[in-house]
Design a protein around this ligand. Structure first.
Ligand code: TRP
Length: 332
Protein backbone atom coordinates (compact mmCIF):
# COMPACT_ATOMS: atom_id res chain seq x y z
CA UNK A 1 0.00 0.00 0.00
CA UNK A 2 1.25 3.42 -0.88
CA UNK A 3 0.39 5.79 1.93
CA UNK A 4 2.31 8.75 0.62
CA UNK A 5 0.45 11.93 -0.17
CA UNK A 6 0.33 12.94 -3.80
CA UNK A 7 1.59 15.91 -5.78
CA UNK A 8 0.24 16.88 -9.16
CA UNK A 9 1.84 19.71 -11.01
CA UNK A 10 2.53 20.54 -14.61
CA UNK A 11 3.89 22.69 -17.34
CA UNK A 12 2.69 23.55 -20.83
CA UNK A 13 4.99 22.23 -23.53
CA UNK A 14 5.79 25.50 -25.25
CA UNK A 15 9.60 25.23 -25.30
CA UNK A 16 12.61 24.97 -23.01
CA UNK A 17 12.42 25.81 -19.34
CA UNK A 18 14.17 28.82 -17.83
CA UNK A 19 15.53 30.10 -14.52
CA UNK A 20 12.10 31.47 -13.61
CA UNK A 21 10.61 27.98 -13.82
CA UNK A 22 13.44 26.68 -11.68
CA UNK A 23 13.24 29.18 -8.82
CA UNK A 24 9.46 29.45 -8.97
CA UNK A 25 8.55 25.78 -9.06
CA UNK A 26 11.05 23.10 -10.11
CA UNK A 27 13.14 23.60 -7.02
CA UNK A 28 10.16 22.62 -4.88
CA UNK A 29 9.43 19.62 -7.07
CA UNK A 30 13.00 18.41 -6.55
CA UNK A 31 12.83 18.94 -2.82
CA UNK A 32 9.52 17.10 -2.47
CA UNK A 33 9.88 14.32 -5.03
CA UNK A 34 10.92 11.63 -2.57
CA UNK A 35 8.46 12.66 0.12
CA UNK A 36 5.35 12.61 -2.07
CA UNK A 37 4.10 10.42 -4.84
CA UNK A 38 4.47 12.83 -7.75
CA UNK A 39 2.70 13.25 -11.07
CA UNK A 40 4.48 15.74 -13.31
CA UNK A 41 2.20 16.64 -16.16
CA UNK A 42 3.17 17.81 -19.63
CA UNK A 43 -0.02 19.71 -20.33
CA UNK A 44 -0.22 19.49 -24.11
CA UNK A 45 -4.01 19.93 -24.18
CA UNK A 46 -3.43 23.44 -22.87
CA UNK A 47 -1.05 24.92 -25.37
CA UNK A 48 -2.71 27.87 -27.03
CA UNK A 49 -0.95 27.38 -30.36
CA UNK A 50 -2.14 23.78 -30.62
CA UNK A 51 -4.08 24.50 -33.76
CA UNK A 52 -1.33 26.56 -35.39
CA UNK A 53 1.86 24.79 -34.59
CA UNK A 54 1.50 21.18 -33.61
CA UNK A 55 5.14 20.47 -34.50
CA UNK A 56 6.28 22.92 -31.87
CA UNK A 57 4.08 21.23 -29.26
CA UNK A 58 5.49 17.84 -30.21
CA UNK A 59 9.12 19.00 -29.98
CA UNK A 60 8.44 20.77 -26.73
CA UNK A 61 7.18 17.58 -25.08
CA UNK A 62 10.72 16.24 -25.46
CA UNK A 63 12.33 19.52 -24.44
CA UNK A 64 10.36 19.59 -21.20
CA UNK A 65 11.15 15.94 -20.44
CA UNK A 66 14.86 16.59 -21.06
CA UNK A 67 14.84 19.67 -18.84
CA UNK A 68 13.11 17.73 -16.07
CA UNK A 69 15.67 14.96 -16.22
CA UNK A 70 18.47 17.53 -16.43
CA UNK A 71 17.46 19.29 -13.22
CA UNK A 72 17.30 15.94 -11.45
CA UNK A 73 13.68 14.84 -11.36
CA UNK A 74 13.57 11.10 -10.94
CA UNK A 75 11.15 9.52 -13.43
CA UNK A 76 10.86 6.38 -11.38
CA UNK A 77 9.51 8.05 -8.25
CA UNK A 78 7.77 10.92 -10.04
CA UNK A 79 5.66 10.07 -13.05
CA UNK A 80 6.12 12.11 -16.23
CA UNK A 81 2.60 12.14 -17.68
CA UNK A 82 1.65 13.35 -21.17
CA UNK A 83 -1.76 14.88 -20.62
CA UNK A 84 -3.53 14.02 -23.86
CA UNK A 85 -2.44 10.38 -23.64
CA UNK A 86 -4.61 10.17 -20.54
CA UNK A 87 -7.94 10.95 -22.19
CA UNK A 88 -9.69 10.71 -18.81
CA UNK A 89 -8.59 14.34 -18.38
CA UNK A 90 -11.03 15.33 -21.11
CA UNK A 91 -13.76 13.19 -19.60
CA UNK A 92 -13.39 14.63 -16.11
CA UNK A 93 -13.25 18.15 -17.55
CA UNK A 94 -16.66 17.60 -19.12
CA UNK A 95 -18.26 16.50 -15.85
CA UNK A 96 -16.62 19.25 -13.82
CA UNK A 97 -17.76 21.93 -16.26
CA UNK A 98 -21.29 21.39 -14.98
CA UNK A 99 -20.32 22.39 -11.48
CA UNK A 100 -18.38 25.52 -12.37
CA UNK A 101 -20.32 28.76 -12.71
CA UNK A 102 -19.30 30.78 -15.77
CA UNK A 103 -18.69 33.85 -13.60
CA UNK A 104 -15.99 32.07 -11.64
CA UNK A 105 -14.06 31.44 -14.83
CA UNK A 106 -14.64 34.98 -16.10
CA UNK A 107 -13.26 36.42 -12.86
CA UNK A 108 -10.11 34.27 -12.83
CA UNK A 109 -7.32 36.89 -12.92
CA UNK A 110 -4.69 34.66 -14.54
CA UNK A 111 -7.05 33.66 -17.32
CA UNK A 112 -8.10 37.28 -17.82
CA UNK A 113 -4.49 38.40 -18.22
CA UNK A 114 -3.69 35.59 -20.63
CA UNK A 115 -6.76 36.31 -22.73
CA UNK A 116 -5.73 39.96 -22.94
CA UNK A 117 -2.38 38.76 -24.38
CA UNK A 118 -4.23 37.43 -27.43
CA UNK A 119 -4.75 41.06 -28.44
CA UNK A 120 -6.68 41.16 -31.71
CA UNK A 121 -6.38 37.41 -32.29
CA UNK A 122 -9.50 35.49 -31.36
CA UNK A 123 -9.39 33.31 -28.26
CA UNK A 124 -10.14 29.62 -28.86
CA UNK A 125 -12.94 28.21 -26.70
CA UNK A 126 -10.51 25.59 -25.38
CA UNK A 127 -8.26 28.36 -24.13
CA UNK A 128 -11.08 29.97 -22.21
CA UNK A 129 -11.91 26.65 -20.55
CA UNK A 130 -8.36 25.43 -19.91
CA UNK A 131 -8.54 26.25 -16.19
CA UNK A 132 -11.34 23.68 -15.92
CA UNK A 133 -9.03 21.10 -17.40
CA UNK A 134 -6.36 22.21 -14.99
CA UNK A 135 -8.80 21.50 -12.17
CA UNK A 136 -9.34 18.05 -13.71
CA UNK A 137 -5.56 17.55 -13.90
CA UNK A 138 -5.17 18.25 -10.21
CA UNK A 139 -8.18 16.22 -9.11
CA UNK A 140 -7.31 13.26 -11.36
CA UNK A 141 -4.68 11.71 -9.07
CA UNK A 142 -6.57 13.12 -6.06
CA UNK A 143 -3.59 15.35 -5.31
CA UNK A 144 -2.92 16.93 -1.92
CA UNK A 145 -0.28 19.44 -2.95
CA UNK A 146 0.32 21.52 -6.09
CA UNK A 147 3.73 23.21 -6.21
CA UNK A 148 3.51 25.94 -8.88
CA UNK A 149 4.42 29.47 -9.87
CA UNK A 150 2.44 32.23 -8.21
CA UNK A 151 0.32 32.93 -11.33
CA UNK A 152 -1.27 29.48 -10.97
CA UNK A 153 -2.82 30.11 -7.55
CA UNK A 154 -6.23 31.24 -8.90
CA UNK A 155 -6.55 27.86 -10.63
CA UNK A 156 -5.83 26.06 -7.37
CA UNK A 157 -8.45 28.18 -5.63
CA UNK A 158 -10.96 27.03 -8.27
CA UNK A 159 -9.85 23.45 -7.73
CA UNK A 160 -10.51 23.66 -4.00
CA UNK A 161 -13.93 25.15 -4.63
CA UNK A 162 -14.88 22.45 -7.14
CA UNK A 163 -13.57 19.67 -4.91
CA UNK A 164 -15.68 21.02 -2.04
CA UNK A 165 -18.80 21.22 -4.23
CA UNK A 166 -18.34 17.74 -5.62
CA UNK A 167 -17.64 16.16 -2.25
CA UNK A 168 -20.59 17.89 -0.62
CA UNK A 169 -23.07 17.11 -3.38
CA UNK A 170 -22.03 13.53 -4.17
CA UNK A 171 -19.35 11.63 -2.30
CA UNK A 172 -16.10 12.46 -0.60
CA UNK A 173 -13.79 11.69 -3.52
CA UNK A 174 -11.28 14.55 -3.68
CA UNK A 175 -8.84 16.00 -1.13
CA UNK A 176 -8.83 19.82 -1.13
CA UNK A 177 -5.38 20.48 -2.57
CA UNK A 178 -3.00 23.16 -1.28
CA UNK A 179 -0.88 25.36 -3.53
CA UNK A 180 2.80 25.84 -2.82
CA UNK A 181 4.78 28.69 -4.37
CA UNK A 182 8.56 28.58 -4.76
CA UNK A 183 11.31 30.57 -3.06
CA UNK A 184 11.26 33.22 -5.79
CA UNK A 185 7.59 33.55 -6.73
CA UNK A 186 8.28 35.69 -9.77
CA UNK A 187 11.70 36.16 -11.34
CA UNK A 188 12.18 39.36 -13.36
CA UNK A 189 13.34 39.13 -16.96
CA UNK A 190 16.86 40.14 -18.03
CA UNK A 191 15.24 43.25 -19.51
CA UNK A 192 13.82 44.25 -16.12
CA UNK A 193 10.22 43.39 -17.05
CA UNK A 194 8.15 41.89 -14.25
CA UNK A 195 8.34 38.32 -15.46
CA UNK A 196 10.83 36.06 -17.19
CA UNK A 197 9.04 34.53 -20.13
CA UNK A 198 9.67 32.99 -23.48
CA UNK A 199 7.19 35.22 -25.25
CA UNK A 200 8.85 38.36 -23.86
CA UNK A 201 12.22 37.06 -25.08
CA UNK A 202 13.90 37.94 -21.78
CA UNK A 203 14.71 34.51 -20.38
CA UNK A 204 17.84 32.60 -19.44
CA UNK A 205 17.23 28.97 -20.31
CA UNK A 206 18.44 25.98 -18.31
CA UNK A 207 20.03 24.71 -21.49
CA UNK A 208 21.79 27.96 -22.49
CA UNK A 209 25.55 27.46 -22.83
CA UNK A 210 28.00 29.45 -20.72
CA UNK A 211 28.70 32.00 -23.44
CA UNK A 212 25.00 32.71 -24.03
CA UNK A 213 24.39 33.12 -20.31
CA UNK A 214 27.31 35.53 -19.99
CA UNK A 215 26.05 37.58 -22.94
CA UNK A 216 22.53 37.77 -21.52
CA UNK A 217 23.79 38.72 -18.07
CA UNK A 218 26.20 41.39 -19.34
CA UNK A 219 23.34 42.90 -21.35
CA UNK A 220 20.95 42.87 -18.41
CA UNK A 221 18.86 45.96 -17.70
CA UNK A 222 20.47 48.34 -15.18
CA UNK A 223 18.34 51.01 -13.55
CA UNK A 224 21.10 53.44 -12.54
CA UNK A 225 22.63 55.99 -14.91
CA UNK A 226 26.28 55.83 -13.91
CA UNK A 227 28.47 53.38 -11.97
CA UNK A 228 29.27 56.07 -9.41
CA UNK A 229 25.57 56.70 -8.62
CA UNK A 230 24.37 55.04 -5.43
CA UNK A 231 22.09 52.16 -6.49
CA UNK A 232 19.27 50.20 -4.90
CA UNK A 233 19.91 46.44 -5.09
CA UNK A 234 16.23 45.77 -4.30
CA UNK A 235 15.16 47.10 -7.70
CA UNK A 236 18.16 45.93 -9.72
CA UNK A 237 17.61 42.74 -11.72
CA UNK A 238 21.25 41.61 -11.41
CA UNK A 239 20.90 41.62 -7.62
CA UNK A 240 17.59 39.79 -7.69
CA UNK A 241 19.39 37.04 -9.61
CA UNK A 242 22.36 37.15 -7.21
CA UNK A 243 19.89 36.58 -4.36
CA UNK A 244 18.31 33.68 -6.21
CA UNK A 245 21.33 31.88 -7.67
CA UNK A 246 24.57 32.97 -6.00
CA UNK A 247 25.28 30.76 -2.96
CA UNK A 248 28.27 32.93 -1.96
CA UNK A 249 26.44 35.15 0.53
CA UNK A 250 29.56 37.08 1.52
CA UNK A 251 30.21 38.05 -2.09
CA UNK A 252 26.59 39.16 -2.56
CA UNK A 253 26.59 41.25 0.65
CA UNK A 254 29.87 42.90 -0.33
CA UNK A 255 28.56 43.78 -3.81
CA UNK A 256 25.31 45.14 -2.39
CA UNK A 257 27.09 47.33 0.10
CA UNK A 258 29.37 48.82 -2.52
CA UNK A 259 26.49 49.21 -4.97
CA UNK A 260 24.51 51.27 -2.46
CA UNK A 261 27.49 53.65 -2.20
CA UNK A 262 28.14 53.82 -5.93
CA UNK A 263 31.43 52.02 -5.35
CA UNK A 264 31.07 49.10 -7.74
CA UNK A 265 30.59 49.01 -11.49
CA UNK A 266 27.73 47.09 -13.07
CA UNK A 267 30.23 45.07 -15.07
CA UNK A 268 31.72 43.56 -11.91
CA UNK A 269 28.27 42.80 -10.48
CA UNK A 270 27.28 41.10 -13.72
CA UNK A 271 30.55 39.24 -14.23
CA UNK A 272 30.20 37.65 -10.81
CA UNK A 273 26.57 36.88 -11.49
CA UNK A 274 27.34 35.20 -14.81
CA UNK A 275 29.93 33.06 -13.05
CA UNK A 276 27.44 32.07 -10.32
CA UNK A 277 24.69 31.18 -12.80
CA UNK A 278 27.10 29.18 -14.93
CA UNK A 279 28.30 27.25 -11.88
CA UNK A 280 24.68 26.56 -11.00
CA UNK A 281 23.83 25.43 -14.54
CA UNK A 282 26.92 23.30 -15.20
CA UNK A 283 25.67 20.04 -13.65
CA UNK A 284 22.26 20.60 -15.27
CA UNK A 285 23.92 20.98 -18.68
CA UNK A 286 25.99 17.84 -18.10
CA UNK A 287 22.97 15.74 -17.21
CA UNK A 288 21.03 17.15 -20.13
CA UNK A 289 23.80 16.15 -22.54
CA UNK A 290 23.86 12.62 -21.13
CA UNK A 291 20.10 12.19 -21.57
CA UNK A 292 20.05 13.91 -24.97
CA UNK A 293 22.49 11.25 -26.15
CA UNK A 294 20.05 8.58 -24.99
CA UNK A 295 16.60 9.60 -26.17
CA UNK A 296 15.13 6.09 -25.90
CA UNK A 297 15.66 6.43 -22.17
CA UNK A 298 13.69 9.70 -22.19
CA UNK A 299 10.94 7.95 -24.12
CA UNK A 300 10.82 5.20 -21.50
CA UNK A 301 10.43 7.79 -18.77
CA UNK A 302 7.47 9.32 -20.62
CA UNK A 303 5.91 5.98 -21.42
CA UNK A 304 6.23 4.61 -17.91
CA UNK A 305 4.99 7.80 -16.30
CA UNK A 306 2.04 8.16 -18.65
CA UNK A 307 0.99 4.57 -17.91
CA UNK A 308 1.09 5.31 -14.20
CA UNK A 309 -0.94 8.46 -14.79
CA UNK A 310 -3.46 6.47 -16.76
CA UNK A 311 -3.77 3.86 -14.03
CA UNK A 312 -4.68 6.32 -11.30
CA UNK A 313 -6.95 8.18 -13.74
CA UNK A 314 -8.95 5.01 -14.35
CA UNK A 315 -9.25 4.49 -10.62
CA UNK A 316 -10.46 8.05 -10.04
CA UNK A 317 -12.95 7.89 -12.90
CA UNK A 318 -14.46 4.76 -11.37
CA UNK A 319 -14.94 6.70 -8.16
CA UNK A 320 -16.42 9.66 -10.04
CA UNK A 321 -18.84 7.53 -12.05
CA UNK A 322 -19.88 5.78 -8.88
CA UNK A 323 -20.39 9.10 -7.06
CA UNK A 324 -22.41 10.54 -9.98
CA UNK A 325 -24.33 7.28 -10.21
CA UNK A 326 -23.72 6.89 -13.93
CA UNK A 327 -24.32 3.15 -14.06
CA UNK A 328 -27.45 3.63 -16.18
CA UNK A 329 -27.28 0.19 -17.76
CA UNK A 330 -27.40 -1.53 -14.39
CA UNK A 331 -31.07 -0.65 -14.07
CA UNK A 332 -32.44 -3.66 -15.99
N1 TRP B 1 -1.23 26.09 -16.56
C1 TRP B 1 0.07 25.69 -16.09
C2 TRP B 1 1.12 26.66 -16.64
O1 TRP B 1 0.83 27.44 -17.50
C3 TRP B 1 0.42 24.29 -16.50
C4 TRP B 1 -0.48 23.26 -15.88
C5 TRP B 1 -1.39 22.50 -16.54
C6 TRP B 1 -0.58 22.91 -14.51
N2 TRP B 1 -2.03 21.66 -15.68
C7 TRP B 1 -1.56 21.88 -14.44
C8 TRP B 1 0.06 23.35 -13.34
C9 TRP B 1 -1.93 21.33 -13.22
C10 TRP B 1 -0.31 22.76 -12.13
C11 TRP B 1 -1.30 21.77 -12.07
O2 TRP B 1 2.24 26.61 -16.21
Amino acid sequence: MNERKRILTGIRPTGSLHLGHYAGALENWLRLQSEYECYFLIADYQVSDYADDIARVRDSVWEVALDWLAVGLNPESGHFVIESLVPEHAELTTWLSWFLPLGMLQRNPTLKAEMADFGKKSVPVAFFTYPVMQVANILMPRAHLVPVGEDQLPHIEMTRELARRFNRQFKEVFPEPEGLVGRVPRLVGVDGQAKMSKSLNNAIYLKDDAKTVTQKVMGMFTPRMSPTDPGDPEVTPAFMYHEAFNPDRAEVEDLKERYRKGAVGDAEVKRKLAAAINTFLDPIRDRRATYAANMPHVREALEYGTNQGRAIARETMEMVRDALDLGYLGKY
